[in-house]
Write a protein that binds this ligand. Sequence first.
Ligand code: NAP
Ligand code: ZN
Length: 350
Amino acid sequence: MMKTIGYAATSCDAPLKPFSFERRALRHNDVAMEVLYCGVCHSDLHQARNDWGGSVYPIVPGHEIIGRVTETGPDVKRFKQGDIVAIGCMVDSCQHCDQCDKGNEQYCREGNTQTYNSPDRIDGQNTYGGYSKHMIAREEFVLHVPKNLDLSRAAPLLCAGITTYSPLRAWNVGPGKKVGVIGLGGLGHMAVKLAVGMGAEVTIISRSDKKRTDAEELKAHKYLVSSDESAMQKAANHFDVIIDTVPYKHDLDPYLPLLDVDGSLVIVGQIGPLAETSSVPLVMGRRRVAGSLIGGIAETQEMLNLCGEKNILPDCEIIKIEDINEAYERLERGDVHYRFVIDMSSLKND
Ligand code: NAP
Ligand code: ZN
C-alpha cells in the first residue's frame, strides 16, 4: 500500500479539505503515477454535493488527470517509469461484454468503474480520484499524452474533451455540418473547439451576450443568445446537431425548433429529469433527443491524438488545491473561462 494525500468532501455540505489515505498495492497490470494536473469538472461539484444521489463519503473527486508514471506492474507493456500519461472518467470495466469489445467501455453491460465514487471491481473499495498526489489504474485505462501538448492545459481533454468529441463523432460531424453548442462552460467550449477542428460550422448558444467577445477567439462562426426570442426564431431549422451541456434541469422547448429535419439534440449536461417537453417539434421534423456518456478508451486516445495534431487545448485557469472550494463557488456561478485546472504541486505531502 502507498500512503498518499488528497482533498475530499466528507458530506454534501462540507467544504473539501486535506485527506490522508492509502492507494492499493500495485497489481500485475497496474500503472502508478504522480498526479501533475487535475481538471475541475462540474460533475465533481455534482458528486461532492450529492446532486445525483449515491455519493459515498469521503469523496476525492477528479477525473481529468495528467500524471507521470512512477511504477508499473510486471505485466504492463505500454508504459514505463517517467512516461506522461492520462486518466479520464473510468478506471475499469468488465472487458468482455459486447460494448467493451466495441470500445464502448463507458456502456459496459456490467457497468464501468468510475475514477472516483465507484466500487473497485476486485477489492470493492470506493475509488478515489485525481485531487490527490498519486493515482493507480489498470493499464487498459491509462492513456498516452501527445508530446507537444502543454501539460498544464491537457487535463480537461480527459472529460470535457472526450464527452463532447464522442457525440460529435457519433453524429458524423465534419465539413458541411451545422453544430450548435448550448452552454459555454468547460464541456461547451471544448465542443466548440473540437467541432471547429472537425470542419463544421459552429454556433455558440449562450444565455446572455456576455461571452460573445470570446466566440471569435474560440473560432466559433456564430453566437446565438437563447434569451433573445427573435434571434432564436431566425435560427429555426438550422442545425444538424446540437450538443446540450446545461448542467441543471431545463426546458428543451426553446431549442428543439432550432434543429433541421432529422436533426438531433444530444444531451451531455443534465443527468436526471428535464422540464416537461412538447413532442410537437419532434414529430413535425423527425427531430430526435439523444444522450451521450463520456467516450470509450480508444476513442479518447483518438481525441488526444487529434488534439496533439491540431494543438487543440482548453482555455484554463490554473489554481492551487487550497483554492478548490472557491473554484466550486465560481463554477456554480458560471464564472470560469473555461476550465479550472489544479496544479497538483500545490498539494504538499505534510
Ligand atoms: P460548466 O463549466 O459549469 O458549464 C455549464 C454551462 O452551462 C455554463 O457555463 C452556462 O453557459 C450554462 N448554464 C449553466 N447554468 C445554466 C442554466 N441554469 N440554464 C442554462 N444554461 C446554463 O459545466 P461543465 O463542466 O461543462 O459540465 C456540464 C454538465 O455536463 C454537468 O452537469 C456535468 O455533470 C455534465 N457532464 C456530463 C458528462 C457525460 O458523460 N454526459 C461528462 C462530464 C460532465 P452559458 O453561460 O454560456 O449559458
Ligand atoms: Zn467530468
